[in-house]
Write a protein that binds this ligand. Structure first.
Ligand code: NZQ
Ligand code: ZN
Length: 386
């Protein structure tokens, strides 16, 4: 097992009716900016629930944060924060709204010239404006981690940011919100969370027995509840397990003491930036090719995953490892998630080279758990994903 440090300060309020407890978590004298997305919360009753819980507080609203939170829109919110002398941020939404709020938390206290530098210069935020979240979509675990991903449509770029100052102070997770989520977003959430576990597990063995079993149990739980959640998102028990699995998949715990890969996400973010493909779907496009390309380096863990998660018992280690990749693809297909780029866009030719060139320009020349995947390798993996 590798050395590690673990600190996660986010308080979780999980379960039915927890939105009513929102007012207990907020400082009484706060001037709050409530941030939300394109309006789903106004249709499913979450907006009213939150507003009722905010009774007595001074609240300004900013709606319209799009999926893949857009830098230009967030700059408008930043103006509101400054003009209204906001002291506390409240995100009500999925990963996009929460990530956008994290960017604002950082930008509100940033003293440099342009907040874009936080993204392109990878500036770690040690202290941000305090914020809490009401999660409406299980997927990213942004509700319990300190990372965010921000998009700039103008330049077709998507960059990650973060830092110890960007954990939410609290997050409210009421699985009843799952009932109103459309099929496409449910499938995305399951796929994203599943791939988060893969990124932290599908590397090489380091004797992290407990971490491996944490990871396997999250994947097993997602596999078990996926058909139930898709069939009936109002199934509370399935929704609760789905929601907590997503949070546990990327709240930092399973990453401790083990290597991380994250190359699938690095490549996937480019596909969202270039084509607007949903985040989770980009992962399903890249992951199978990534595991086939890096088969020798990853086959110990692929075989362990095949045996423990998919129950494959027949065959040699190589055969089990290969079958595990096929099982993963079949799982994505069972959610109606397509796994090749050409199924999403007719303009896929040249994409691999373009992404490889971008990585070269940015100096991203050593990806993956061994930091040895070159832009040429990236090009091959993406070509395999066409
Ligand atoms: O905008 P509204 O109208 O609210 O609709 C949203 C949006 O269209 C809708 N939705 C959310 N909750 C709903 C609902 N519709 C009905 N009922 C509800 N209860 O769902 C749509 C997608 O929302 P979004 O927040 O974009 O989805 P998700 O949570 O999958 O977030 C994706 C973003 O998170 C980033 C991705 O790159 C992407 O930008 N990620 C963030 C990570 C992190 N911070 O740790 C890690 C991830 O790997 C990921 O990169
Ligand atoms: Zn993800």
């Amino acid at each position: 097992m590798l050395n590690f440090e673990l600190k996660n300060p986010t308080k979780i309020l999980f379960g039915k009716g927890q939105i009513d407890n929102l007012n207990k978590e907020l400082p009484k004298d706060a001037k709050i900016l409530m941030l939300y997305g394109g309006g789903s919360i106004k249709k499913n009753g979450i907006y009213e629930q939150v507003k009722n819980a905010l009774h007595g507080f001074e609240v300004v609203e900013f709606g319209g944060i799009p999926a893949n939170p857009e830098y230009e829109v967030l700059l408008q919110a930043l103006k509101v924060i400054k003009a209204e002398k906001i002291t506390y941020l409240l995100a009500v939404g999925g990963g996009s709204v929460i990530d956008g709020t994290k960017f604002l938390s950082a930008a509100a206290l940033y003293e440099g010239d342009s907040p874009w530098d936080i993204l392109i210069k990878s500036i770690k935020t040690e202290k941000g404006m305090p914020f809490g979240t009401v999660l409406t979509l299980p997927a990213t675990a942004s509700e319990m981690n300190s990372g965010a991903v921000i998009t700039r449509a103008e330049t077709q770029e998507k960059f990650a940011m973060g830092g110890p100052g960007l954990f939410p102070e609290f997050s409210i997770l009421d699985p009843q919100v799952v009932a109103s989520i459309p099929q496409r977003q449910l499938a995305n959430g399951i796929t994203d969370a599943f791939t988060h576990v893969l990124e932290q597990y599908m590397t090489y063995p380091v004797g992290g027995y407990l971490q491996d079993r944490f990871a396997e149990s999250i994947m097993q739980t997602l596999i078990e509840v996926a058909p139930r959640v898709i069939k009936n998102p109002a199934d509370y028990e399935a929704a609760a397990n789905f929601m907590w699995s997503c949070t546990m998949a990327l709240n930092g715990l399973i990453q401790k003491g083990v290597p991380g890969d994250w190359a699938v996400h690095m490549m996937g973010h480019e596909l969202t930036a270039l084509f607007g493909i949903d985040h989770a779907r980009t992962l399903a496009i890249v992951a199978p090719s990534h595991y086939r390309f890096n088969f020798e380096a990853k086959k110990e863990k692929l075989a362990q995953y095949g045996q423990r998660v998919w129950g494959i018992t027949e065959g040699t280690k190589d055969e089990i490892a290969k079958a595990a990749i096929v099982k993963t693809e079949e799982f994505f297909h069972s959610l109606d998630i397509k796994t090749t780029l050409s199924e999403y866009t007719p303009d896929f030719k040249g994409t691999a080279e373009k992404i490889a060139n971008r990585f070269t320009d940015r100096g991203w020349v050593g990806l993956g758990e061994h930091k040895n995947l070159s832009p040429a390798n990236v090009q091959e993996i993406i070509e395999m994903s066409y």
